[in-house]
Write a protein that binds this ligand. Structure first.
Ligand SMILES: Cc1cc2nc3c(=O)[nH]c(=O)nc-3n(C[C@H](O)[C@H](O)[C@H](O)COP(=O)(O)OP(=O)(O)OC[C@H]3O[C@@H](n4cnc5c(N)ncnc54)[C@H](O)[C@@H]3O)c2cc1C
Length: 383
């Protein structure tokens, strides 16, 4: 009888979860979250669907702010100096105006190959912060219970169930977890449609983002690597280009861009920019990085926001553990500065696409006035 009693009490107190925190996705958001959790002494498991270094279509522009956050996570600027192309000047070509500048604090960003950067960051997390990453583990569904979260995972051809107290969804722009939670896919108005590729070139390019009337409503970029290869791409604001059902239109736009002959295969990708409209947290689940839509809707920059939201999600979990579910709202509060910037980005993007001629005029005057010029440069370089 007494034994039965003890067993009953054990059943009541034993947690329903096998992991304290599960992080889904080993991109910048997921790894930043995992490192931060490890710094806070909270155990976590990262589930990543790729088997090894994955292909990530990206310009590879790492802003000075992103470099600073990587450093905070123990991934030093030296890495970027050794593996990237430092952006000491350059950046914006807009409507015939060229803007060469330097960041105000002397910090610079880098152009890095994303596949390598993400892999090295993951290996850094494993080696230096004892982060556990399970590769080849694709989350195919989640269920939220009052006191735990259950994730269904496809691994080695089998379905497994993992349970955790908290879950950080850092599974990218096409986040399965976000669509499972909200029941919505990304709205076309919240998307940037992108295409990028790498070309060989011996020309000497300055890294730049380009806005041209002839490829509105879109921007393009030319980001040279150190090894004679250049990352070129285009981002199309889908809110004003709803007709882009047919990617031939995108290819035609690319044809009109000023860049070397495009030899690489076109990749077609989306950028999710709806952080401001969707709920990005619950008591147990937090959406970070692209999954939460933390991307600049004007320039498509997302790495620094992914790192920042991953860290903020980890910090919030530490608070919820200490002070209870009410502190889950801290996630939103700590992301307020980012959200303010993303709001400005949405406004700028809408203005530019509706009134390109006015934008050109305003920009011309901004570039003539020192302080405004520095502000514009600061916005683009995110320093
Ligand atoms: C073409 C293009 C160019 C860009 N250029 C720049 C740039 O120059 N500078 C910049 O700052 N930003 C750029 N961005 C944006 C930037 O790439 C993203 O904002 C950033 O990668 C977001 O990081 P993340 O960790 O949230 O998501 P991701 O980097 O997409 O990582 C998500 C991870 O989750 C994994 N995953 C997905 N689903 C599952 C699942 N079901 N189960 C398990 N794992 C899963 C994926 O394999 C992946 O490893 C660009 C984006 C695009 C598309």
């Amino acid at each position: 009888m007494q034994l039965l009693h003890i067993m009953q009490s054990l059943i009541v107190v034993s947690p329903h979860y096998s992991h304290e925190v599960i992080v889904v996705g080993a991109g910048p958001a997921g790894i930043a979250a995992a490192i931060r959790l490890s710094q806070l002494g909270i155990a976590c498991l990262v589930l990543e669907k790729s088997e090894g270094p994955r292909v990530k279509h990206c310009g590879g522009g790492v802003s000075p702010r992103a470099v600073a956050i990587y450093s905070k996570l123990g991934f030093p600027e030296d890495y970027f100096l050794a593996n990237g192309n430092a952006i000491t000047s350059g950046w914006i070509h807009a409507f015939g105006h060229k803007m060469l500048g330097h960041t105000m604090n002397g910090k610079h960003g880098f152009i890095v190959e994303r596949r390598q950067l993400d892999w090295d960051f993951q290996q850094h997390a494993i080696a230096r912060h004892s982060v556990r990453i399970e590769y080849g583990a694709a989350v195919s569904g989640i269920r939220i219970h009052p006191d735990y979260v259950q994730a269904e995972v496809r691994k080695d051809g089998h379905n497994k169930f993992y349970s955790c107290r908290f879950l950080i969804a850092a599974d990218g722009a096409a986040s399965l977890i976000r669509s499972r939670l909200s029941g919505h896919k990304i709205r076309p108005t919240d998307m940037i449609l992108t295409s990028s590729g790498i070309v060989e070139s011996d020309a000497d390019f300055v890294p730049s983002i380009r806005f041209h009337e002839d490829h509105m409503p879109a921007y393009s970029w030319i980001f040279p690597y150190t090894n004679g290869r250049v990352n070129v791409g285009i981002g199309i604001y889908a809110n004003v280009y709803r007709k882009v059902q047919n990617w031939a239109d995108v290819e035609a736009l690319i044809g009109r861009m000023q860049h070397p002959d495009y030899q690489g295969k076109l990749s077609r990708w989306i950028i999710n920019t709806n952080a401001l409209e969707n709920r990005v947290f619950g008591h147990r689940v937090f959406l970070a990085g692209d999954a939460g839509g933390f991307v600049d809707a004007f320039t498509g920059e997302g790495i620094s926001f992914a790192l920042r939201s991953g860290m903020a999600a980890a910090d919030t979990i530490a608070r919820v553990k200490r002070f209870g579910a009410i502190s889950s709202a801290c996630y939103l509060f700590s992301m307020l500065p980012v959200i303010a910037r993303l709001l400005i980005a949405k406004g700028l993007q809408r203005f530019l696409t509706q009134f390109p001629a006015t934008t050109r005029f305003i920009l011309k005057w901004c570039l003539k006035i020192g302080v405004l010029r520095r502000l514009v440069y600061r916005y683009f370089s995110n320093s």
